[in-house]
Design a binder for this molecule. Structure first.
Ligand code: 13P
Length: 255
């Protein structure tokens, strides 16, 4: 049985002070939840403060991105060792905003995954189609390409450990979430490809989580689908009560 995985992606929101206030309250709310892996991804500036505020709790901390080189003349970039040292144990990789606004590709996603594993960070790798691609019936082809190229060289053992976030671009920040049936279809397809390309152990253990307009009131329906192992939550994760409600509902329905 896969442990449900529910993560908050705050994107470019929250100061250090706001982060500490959130994490301090949130860790108290979720302290008795043992059956969900819970992660919060603040901006880089608040990473260390978040990790300190979450110390000895069941709340893990993620970076929202990471660069593949360890150090060097890469102005503005942050490496996996720096993230690890700041206290994070996870890294979001290849979010659609990174792909569309900052030119990231499956090839750069691939390098970031390797860099994360080299530093024992758990990658949370985002894939998903645009509305155009869905309307042209290219969803599965897009997912196949993102999996094949993004995870090139990833071992079955690594695949079992990482988290895939299926985030249809048309559902992100739009208030229009994928229906449970749409999510189920895409997640089922992804898991079938993992089985085909990485084997049964990897396919059985890899968490495939859904992202895109997840709210407290649609969490249970989405996470009750057999291949939906959790959620990556943007907007609704910034309110501590809403995110706690999502974690609580994901727990009840997904285990
Ligand atoms: P929203 O939950 O705001 O749609 O964002 C989803 C997302 O991009 C999480 O990474």
């Amino acid at each position: 049985m896969r442990t449900p995985f529910i993560a908050a992606n705050w994107k470019m929101h929250k100061t250090v002070a706001e982060t500490v206030t959130f994490v301090t309250e949130f860790r108290g709310l979720v302290k008795d939840i043992k059956d969900v892996e819970i992660v919060v991804a603040p901006p880089f500036t608040a990473l260390h403060a978040a990790a300190e505020a979450a110390r000895n709790s069941n709340v893990g901390i993620a970076a929202q991105n990471l660069y593949w080189e360890r150090q060097g003349a890469f102005t503005g970039e942050i490496s996996a060792p720096m993230i690890r040292e700041a206290g994070a144990a996870y890294g979001i990789i290849g979010h659609s905003e990174r792909r569309t606004l900052f030119g990231e590709t499956d090839a750069s996603v691939n390098r970031r995954i390797a860099a994360a594993f080299a530093e024992r960070l758990t990658p949370i790798v985002c894939i998903g189609e645009t509305l155009d691609q869905r309307e042209r019936n290219e969803t599965f082809a897009v997912l196949d390409r993102q999996i094949k190229q993004g995870f090139d060289g990833v071992t079955a053992d690594e695949m079992a450990k990482l988290v895939i976030a299926y985030e249809p671009v048309w559902a992100i920040g739009t208030g229009r979430n994928a229906t449970p049936a749409q999510a189920s279809e895409a997640h089922g397809h992804i898991r079938a490809r993992l089985l085909q390309w990485f084997g049964g152990e990897a396919a059985g253990r890899c968490r495939i989580i859904y992202g895109g307009s997840v709210k407290p009131d649609n969490t249970a329906a989405l996470l009750s689908q057999p291949d939906v192992d959790g959620a990556l939550v943007g907007g609704a994760s910034m309110d501590v009560r809403d995110f706690f409600a999502i974690v609580s509902r994901g727990r009840r329905e997904a285990v």
